[in-house]
Design a protein around this ligand. Structure first.
Ligand code: FO1
Length: 306
């Protein structure tokens, strides 16, 4: 079964990692959000791409979910001493990734070609594609601070400003990266990973609109809260009660199936009334075993939909 997974950062990387333990390389392509990408200290940083790559390579920091395991912070400590901006923490090994990516982008290579080479170097066999090679930064509109770039909102402002809306700059000029549309076309099913619908999945859908018979999503909201990140807070600030139902409604018209946690079992009827099949599971992915368990559930569910 050929699967395309759409993923943002930590939550998306977990399910993609689980799927990669089950599916052979030729049967899994992960398309990753690049709306979080930004320039910092003169370097091109692609946080979600790196999170997915490090996770699939077994190199991710298991505590934060982003950055590298067994990281050292010598450069960062020196930057701090010199008075450089330190709101965005970059470890020594991680810096190597950004240095090399920036060098190659400057010489004209595309983000997708660079990502492909990095994946080879890290021993990743499954395909990981940025959603686009073009700049398409996510802008968060906030009550207190006006429009902020994503990392400014997420890391610098610690997601504190109240959200009013989102826009994807230059979306009209952004083209799907090579391989994105082909992978979607050839897939038996598309899996929307449990990433933030507003700022991780919507940018991907904005650049590569899905016209596929079998699309399933896994809710990032469990019992009205997110495991990680500001999705539930964003729903509240946009005056939508955060729930698995709200996520299903977010993707209404797109999905044939929706997977949500068993703690939300009372929402089953309302979600099915939106016109999609449902599956309930223990959707927490605390370790590799949990990631594989959820990935198996997702594939089993897709089998019933095909
Ligand atoms: N997230 C933070 O909350 N603080 C950081 O200092 C930080 C640094 C960082 C460095 C490299 C990287 O790839 C990711 C990093 N992240 C950090 C995570 C990242 O900014 C967000 O998790 C994603 O953009 C949201 O998916």
């Amino acid at each position: 079964m050929k699967i395309v997974a759409l993923a943002g950062g930590v939550g998306g990387a977990k399910l993609a990692h689980g799927l990669a333990q089950i599916l052979p390389p030729e049967n899994l392509t992960t398309i990753v959000n690049t709306g979080d990408d930004f320039e910092h200290l003169g370097l091109n940083i692609s946080p979600d791409l790196d999170t997915v790559c490090y996770t699939l390579a077994g190199l991710a920091n298991p505590v934060t979910g982003w950055g590298r395991v067994d990281e050292s912070w010598n450069v960062f400590e020196n930057l701090e001493q010199l008075g450089a901006p330190t709101w965005f923490r970059l470890g020594d090994q991680d810096l190597g990734t950004h240095l090399e990516r920036s060098r190659r982008l400057r010489k004209g290579d595309t983000l997708s070609a660079i990502t492909n080479d990095f994946c080879k170097a890290w021993g990743i066999k499954h395909t990981i594609l940025p959603m686009t090679d073009d700049p398409m930064p996510t802008i968060v509109d906030t009550v207190e601070k006006g429009e902020l770039t994503f990392q400014e909102y997420f890391v610098h402002q610690c997601c504190k400003p109240k959200v009013k809306g989102f826009r994807f700059e230059a979306v009209e000029k952004a083209r799907p990266a090579p391989g994105v549309l082909e992978a979607i076309d050839q897939a038996d099913a598309i899996v929307i990973c449990p990433s933030n619908p507003w700022v991780s999945i919507d940018p991907i859908l904005a650049v590569a609109s899905l016209n596929h018979a079998c699309v399933v999503a896994l809710s990032p909201i469990i019992g009205g809260e997110t495991v990680k990140g500001p999705a539930a807070k964003m729903y509240r600030e946009l005056e939508i009660s955060p729930s698995a139902l709200a996520v299903a409604k977010h993707y209404e018209g797109l999905l044939s199936g929706f997977i949500f946690d068993q703690v939300d079992k009372e929402l089953k009827f309302e979600i099915e009334n939106l016109g999609m099949q449902t599956m309930m599971t223990d959707s927490l992915m605390k370790n590799l075993e949990g990631k594989i368990r959820v990935a198996k559930d997702v594939l089993k569910f897709i089998d019933t939909l095909l």
